[in-house]
Design a protein around this ligand. Structure first.
Ligand SMILES: [Zn+2]
Length: 325
């Protein structure tokens, strides 16, 4: 019912944020699909190498409003078997996940977002092929030639600057098609945002952010693009952290069985969708300030005690508008 339409970037693109996180860590081999790493430990003054086993997950979250960001798809990062010479990685998992997104949502106008890890030409290529947009965090260490080219154009006066924009009234700057100078194939329109902030000790420090995108940058859309780029941190800082430290405790191992482990993770994502919708639909819940744990217990109780009646069903069949805070 178009309730979420305002979340679309430039009134068109649904923002999908991909990010990976570690879920479970084991001292001993847990299953045949474990990722393996070797760490060095000191024992009796000697350095010894020991193996550690772990499981990771890659999430694609859909941004529906400032408060609602839901799991659209999940890909587990795991090895096919114990014989593989190299661990599965986030980029490979992303390729599998993006292929599934393309098949499942062929008509959805998507803007893919991710941190500097995903600012790889393979990911940019997939986006261009699928007619998706992307906004990826740029780091000099990730795309060195692009960074050098940007600096060169900027020093020669080829960058557009827009002052006093964004939440902190900072400075924005952009250059379209840096890839032409860098000799790269994939579209790299680059932009950055920086502002000064005072630290606790009174000194000022500069915060800076940089992104690569295939959306053509203009003085008019720069501010919206900066906001969109910065919004990505929410999945890392709020999304996963809530799930890890908050009510869901996704790192708690409820079963050692790898299928049960995955199922529990996926069900948690569904619970999180219900919870987020519930919290943003009902402003009263925030006002009465009950703990998030209480809210979820009450929600569960209501599922138990208040079965859906025919009247409820007839109500949802009628035209209904839901207003989100
Ligand atoms: Zn395992």
């Amino acid at each position: 019912m178009k309730s979420f339409n305002r979340a679309r970037l430039m009134g068109k693109y649904w923002r999908i944020i991909i990010d990976g996180t570690g879920l479970f860590y084991f001292k001993e081999k847990h299953c045949g699909n474990c990722l393996v790493t070797t760490i060095t430990r000191e024992e009796d003054g000697k350095e010894i190498k020991v193996k550690r086993y772990y499981h990771k997950v890659l999430e694609a979250k859909l941004v529906l409003s400032a408060d609602i960001m839901i799991s659209l798809d999940t890909e587990f990062i795991e090895n096919e078997n114990e014989e593989v010479s190299k661990n599965d990685c986030e980029i490979n998992a992303a390729k599998r996940l993006l292929e599934r997104l393309r098949k499942d949502y062929p008509k959805l106008p998507i803007c893919l977002q991710g941190d500097a890890l995903y600012a790889a030409e393979s990911i940019m290529k997939i986006c261009n092929k699928n007619h998706w947009k992307y906004i990826l965090t740029q780091k000099e260490t990730r795309q060195k030639v692009l960074a050098e080219s940007y600096e060169w154009i900027q020093k020669s006066g080829g960058a557009r600057k827009v002052g006093r924009i964004g939440r902190e009234s900072g400075d924005g700057e952009y250059i379209n098609h840096v890839e032409d100078v860098a000799g790269k194939e994939e579209t790299a329109n680059m932009y950055r945002y920086w502002y000064e902030a005072e630290k606790e000790d009174g000194e000022t420090e500069i915060h800076e952010y940089q992104w690569i995108t295939n959306i053509e940058l203009t003085e008019r859309n720069l501010e919206e693009m900066i906001e969109a780029g910065r919004g990505r941190w929410r999945i890392e800082n709020e999304g996963f952290n809530n799930q890890k430290n908050g009510i869901y405790d996704i790192e708690h191992l409820n079963s050692r069985d790898s299928n049960a482990m995955k199922n529990h993770y996926l069900i948690t994502q569904i619970a999180d969708i219900v919870m987020q919708l519930y919290l943003s639909w009902s402003p009263l819940i925030k006002d009465i300030n009950q703990s998030i744990k209480n809210t979820s217990s009450r929600l569960l109780e209501s599922f138990r005690r208040q079965p859906v009646t025919n009247e409820d069903v007839s109500y949802i069949k009628r035209y209904t508008t839901i207003y989100l805070e």
